[in-house]
Design a protein. Structure first.
Length: 151
Protein backbone atom coordinates (compact mmCIF):
# COMPACT_ATOMS: atom_id res chain seq x y z
CA UNK A 1 0.00 0.00 0.00
CA UNK A 2 2.85 2.40 0.77
CA UNK A 3 4.26 2.00 -2.73
CA UNK A 4 0.90 2.98 -4.28
CA UNK A 5 0.80 6.13 -2.19
CA UNK A 6 4.34 6.99 -3.13
CA UNK A 7 3.66 6.59 -6.87
CA UNK A 8 0.49 8.67 -6.59
CA UNK A 9 2.44 11.43 -4.81
CA UNK A 10 5.28 11.36 -7.38
CA UNK A 11 2.78 11.76 -10.21
CA UNK A 12 1.11 14.70 -8.43
CA UNK A 13 4.33 16.55 -7.59
CA UNK A 14 4.46 20.04 -9.13
CA UNK A 15 8.25 19.62 -9.50
CA UNK A 16 8.24 16.37 -11.49
CA UNK A 17 9.00 18.12 -14.80
CA UNK A 18 11.87 20.28 -13.56
CA UNK A 19 14.51 17.60 -14.05
CA UNK A 20 13.45 17.31 -17.71
CA UNK A 21 13.72 21.08 -18.13
CA UNK A 22 17.19 21.05 -16.58
CA UNK A 23 18.35 18.28 -18.94
CA UNK A 24 16.86 20.08 -21.95
CA UNK A 25 18.57 23.33 -20.99
CA UNK A 26 21.94 21.55 -20.63
CA UNK A 27 21.54 20.01 -24.10
CA UNK A 28 20.59 23.38 -25.61
CA UNK A 29 23.62 25.11 -24.08
CA UNK A 30 25.96 22.36 -25.28
CA UNK A 31 24.55 22.66 -28.80
CA UNK A 32 24.99 26.44 -28.80
CA UNK A 33 28.58 26.09 -27.59
CA UNK A 34 29.34 23.57 -30.31
CA UNK A 35 27.82 25.88 -32.93
CA UNK A 36 30.08 28.70 -31.76
CA UNK A 37 33.16 26.48 -31.82
CA UNK A 38 32.35 25.30 -35.31
CA UNK A 39 31.86 28.83 -36.61
CA UNK A 40 28.05 28.77 -36.60
CA UNK A 41 27.72 31.87 -34.44
CA UNK A 42 31.19 33.36 -34.76
CA UNK A 43 34.11 32.76 -32.43
CA UNK A 44 34.44 32.88 -28.66
CA UNK A 45 35.64 36.02 -26.97
CA UNK A 46 38.73 35.95 -24.80
CA UNK A 47 37.27 37.05 -21.45
CA UNK A 48 39.54 36.50 -18.42
CA UNK A 49 38.35 36.68 -14.84
CA UNK A 50 39.10 39.56 -12.48
CA UNK A 51 38.95 40.12 -8.73
CA UNK A 52 38.76 43.58 -7.15
CA UNK A 53 39.36 43.87 -3.41
CA UNK A 54 39.55 46.89 -1.13
CA UNK A 55 41.85 47.28 1.84
CA UNK A 56 42.20 50.26 4.15
CA UNK A 57 44.90 52.01 2.08
CA UNK A 58 44.61 50.41 -1.35
CA UNK A 59 42.66 48.42 -3.91
CA UNK A 60 44.00 45.14 -5.25
CA UNK A 61 43.01 44.03 -8.73
CA UNK A 62 43.91 40.55 -9.96
CA UNK A 63 43.42 39.37 -13.55
CA UNK A 64 43.80 35.81 -14.83
CA UNK A 65 45.46 36.13 -18.24
CA UNK A 66 46.52 32.59 -19.18
CA UNK A 67 48.60 32.28 -22.32
CA UNK A 68 49.29 36.02 -22.48
CA UNK A 69 52.83 37.43 -22.44
CA UNK A 70 53.74 40.50 -20.39
CA UNK A 71 54.34 42.56 -23.54
CA UNK A 72 50.76 41.88 -24.67
CA UNK A 73 49.24 43.55 -21.57
CA UNK A 74 48.46 47.26 -21.33
CA UNK A 75 47.21 49.16 -18.25
CA UNK A 76 45.86 52.71 -18.59
CA UNK A 77 44.56 55.10 -15.94
CA UNK A 78 42.33 58.12 -16.47
CA UNK A 79 41.07 59.79 -13.30
CA UNK A 80 39.53 56.92 -11.34
CA UNK A 81 39.09 54.65 -14.33
CA UNK A 82 41.54 51.79 -14.88
CA UNK A 83 41.52 49.99 -18.21
CA UNK A 84 43.31 46.69 -18.75
CA UNK A 85 43.71 45.34 -22.26
CA UNK A 86 45.46 42.23 -23.48
CA UNK A 87 45.63 39.98 -26.48
CA UNK A 88 46.06 36.24 -26.64
CA UNK A 89 47.17 35.37 -30.14
CA UNK A 90 46.46 32.01 -31.68
CA UNK A 91 49.59 30.18 -32.69
CA UNK A 92 49.66 29.33 -36.38
CA UNK A 93 50.38 25.63 -36.71
CA UNK A 94 50.86 23.39 -39.66
CA UNK A 95 47.67 21.68 -40.77
CA UNK A 96 49.17 18.22 -40.34
CA UNK A 97 46.68 17.14 -37.72
CA UNK A 98 42.94 17.07 -37.42
CA UNK A 99 41.51 18.90 -34.41
CA UNK A 100 38.86 16.98 -32.49
CA UNK A 101 38.29 19.49 -29.70
CA UNK A 102 39.10 23.19 -29.45
CA UNK A 103 38.28 24.94 -26.16
CA UNK A 104 41.16 27.40 -25.82
CA UNK A 105 40.04 31.01 -26.28
CA UNK A 106 42.00 33.60 -28.26
CA UNK A 107 41.51 37.24 -29.10
CA UNK A 108 41.60 40.74 -27.67
CA UNK A 109 40.37 41.70 -24.22
CA UNK A 110 39.59 45.08 -22.72
CA UNK A 111 37.92 45.87 -19.45
CA UNK A 112 37.48 49.16 -17.60
CA UNK A 113 36.77 49.73 -13.93
CA UNK A 114 35.75 52.92 -12.18
CA UNK A 115 37.29 52.85 -8.73
CA UNK A 116 35.15 54.35 -5.94
CA UNK A 117 37.07 57.09 -4.17
CA UNK A 118 40.23 58.82 -5.32
CA UNK A 119 43.40 56.92 -6.16
CA UNK A 120 47.06 57.87 -6.41
CA UNK A 121 47.67 57.25 -10.12
CA UNK A 122 51.42 57.82 -9.85
CA UNK A 123 51.89 55.04 -7.30
CA UNK A 124 49.97 52.25 -9.03
CA UNK A 125 52.08 49.09 -9.19
CA UNK A 126 51.50 46.45 -11.89
CA UNK A 127 53.10 43.01 -11.69
CA UNK A 128 52.67 40.18 -14.16
CA UNK A 129 53.74 36.69 -13.12
CA UNK A 130 52.68 33.22 -14.32
CA UNK A 131 49.76 34.57 -16.33
CA UNK A 132 48.38 36.67 -13.47
CA UNK A 133 48.32 40.48 -13.54
CA UNK A 134 48.15 42.12 -10.11
CA UNK A 135 47.53 45.85 -9.72
CA UNK A 136 48.11 47.56 -6.38
CA UNK A 137 46.15 50.81 -6.50
CA UNK A 138 46.88 53.09 -3.52
CA UNK A 139 44.15 55.36 -2.18
CA UNK A 140 44.79 59.04 -1.61
CA UNK A 141 44.30 60.51 1.84
CA UNK A 142 40.98 62.05 0.84
CA UNK A 143 39.49 58.67 -0.16
CA UNK A 144 40.30 56.87 3.08
CA UNK A 145 37.39 56.22 5.38
CA UNK A 146 37.04 58.79 8.12
CA UNK A 147 35.00 58.17 11.22
CA UNK A 148 33.03 61.07 12.61
CA UNK A 149 32.45 60.99 16.36
CA UNK A 150 28.84 61.31 17.43
CA UNK A 151 28.23 63.69 20.38
Amino acid sequence: MASNLQKWFENRSPFRGLSNIDDSFDRLMNELMNMKRNGGLGSFEFSPSCDLAEEENQYIMTFDLPGVNKDQVKVEVDNNQITVSAERKEEKKKDTKRTHLSEIHYGSYQRSFTIPGTIDEKKIDAKFENGVLTLIVPKTESSKLKQIPVH
